[in-house]
Design a protein around this ligand. Structure first.
Ligand SMILES: NC(=O)c1ccc[n+]([C@@H]2O[C@H](COP(=O)([O-])OP(=O)(O)OC[C@H]3O[C@@H](n4cnc5c(N)ncnc54)[C@H](O)[C@@H]3O)[C@@H](O)[C@H]2O)c1
Length: 382
């Protein structure tokens, strides 16, 4: 009898402890599942994502990461439009739009406090317009970046990665080729000077505070949704209507052209690279490593429309012109495993098709295509 009692109590205890282990395990398992889900659910705070590059990046990320939530802060200047964001994204509960300025610290603090990832695109971005009227460039590009930095210092523990979008324009014209991250900073236009101020401000903040920031310097982007004031869309818009295009100077100025899809891939890699310490507080150039002259780009577009070279009209060069840009691709390859996949001719052809398909929505930009500035020939529309 005593033996039986001992035996049964052993069985009961065994069953009890065994179920306890199973329960605990399954609780752990569920907890891990929740944890993994939480890890894959990021809130991405984007400034200026109603503009050209930001809206392309938002669309790319929205489709690729179905668990991510996107907060967009944009002042909707002449360069930004909610229509640049596809309707299904605007209507999604994974998207919130905040109308306002990056100079509004309360709004920026609120959005920074919710964010895992931040990409700061917002800027005044047109070189010629900065020659026409430069004040707002310093207010937005420099002071706006200062607000973003002040806020990042406050939320540097919760924000995982912050990307500052700089530009190759901060470098000035190539002093050596290809232009790597040690190239001197010699901005040649008010826009470039404002962006250089912002670029060095971010650098100074990471020297002073421990912030999870990095600087990306893209070379000349092109692709869908770029404002008609910029060169490639302006050429496409005019030539598609059989109107001549103006080329600054001889047209031999060279640029490193980068399709926005390639740039979106680079930013994606910077946000998701496994070893963040490798890229934290680094400057990375993003360009194709190939430079093509303005004239050659114009010829690709002429060829598409089957038009002769008499459609090219040469005007005096833009003051503060940059003669040559060509990016080194080494650091981007080493740290991000990134290189371009869209060849220039293919990218331009796709871009032309996009503008042909969206001709109506582009028409309202036509009045802003040219900006009057003083050149050696007096006031010229550029
Ligand atoms: N386009 C290029 O080829 C290129 C190349 C290198 C770097 N960049 C940089 O990339 C970024 C994006 O360039 P883009 O061509 O998409 O510019 P864009 O002019 O098309 O868009 C700028 C966006 O910023 C918004 N904005 C302006 N002021 C604001 C403010 N105070 N607060 C909030 N939003 C504001 C505008 O409404 C617009 O939506 C910029 O920082 C630019 O300097 C551009």
């Amino acid at each position: 009898m005593k033996k039986n009692i001992l035996f049964y109590s052993f069985i009961v205890s065994f069953v009890f402890f065994y179920s306890l282990i199973i329960c605990t395990d399954s609780r752990l398992f569920d907890k891990n599942k929740i944890l993994t889900r939480q890890l894959s659910k990021k809130t991405v705070f984007l400034t200026g994502a109603c503009g050209f590059i930001g809206s392309n990046f938002l669309t790319y990320m929205f489709e690729k990461y179905p668990d991510y939530h996107f907060d967009v802060l944009d002042l909707l200047t002449y360069a930004g439009s909610l229509e640049n964001i596809p309707e299904h994204i605007r209507n999604s509960d994974r998207f919130n739009f905040y109308y306002g300025s990056v100079n509004n610290i309360y709004l920026v603090d609120y959005l920074m406090s919710r964010a895992n990832f931040v990409v700061h695109f917002a800027a005044e971005s047109h070189v010629t317009r900065s020659i026409y009227d430069d004040l707002v460039f310093f207010e937005t590009d420099v002071m706006g970046t200062r607000v973003m930095m002040t806020s990042l210092v406050k939320y540097s523990k919760s924000v995982e990665r912050y990307i500052h979008i700089s530009t190759s324009e901060v470098l000035g014209t190539a002093e050596f080729k290809p232009m790597d991250e040690n190239h001197p900073i010699k901005p040649r236009s008010p826009y470039a000077a404002a962006k250089a101020g912002a670029d060095r401000l971010v650098y100074a903040y990471w020297c002073t505070y421990d912030i999870p920031a990095l600087i990306i310097r893209p070379f000349n982007n092109y692709g869908p949704q770029q404002h008609l004031e910029k060169m490639i869309p302006r050429f496409i818009s005019l030539l598609s209507k059989n109107k001549p295009i103006t080329i600054h100077g001889t047209g031999e100025q060279k640029r490193d052209w980068l399709h926005t899809y390639d740039f979106a891939r680079a930013l994606d890699l910077a946000l998701h690279s496994e070893d963040f310490l490798k890229i934290k507080n680094q400057v990375i150039h993003i360009g194709s490593g190939i430079s093509t002259s303005v004239l050659d780009v114009a010829k690709i577009i002429l060829e598409y429309f089957n038009l002769p070279e008499s459609y090219l009209q040469f005007v005096s060069d833009r003051p503060g012109q940059v003669d040559c840009h060509i990016s080194s691709t080494q650091k981007a390859k080493e740290l991000l495993g990134w290189e371009t996949v869209v060849p220039l001719k293919e990218g331009i052809t796709k871009t032309i098709k996009w503008y042909q398909k969206n001709r109506d929505s582009c028409e309202k930009m036509e009045s802003m295509m040219l900006v009057p500035i003083n050149t050696s020939e007096g006031v010229v529309d550029q």
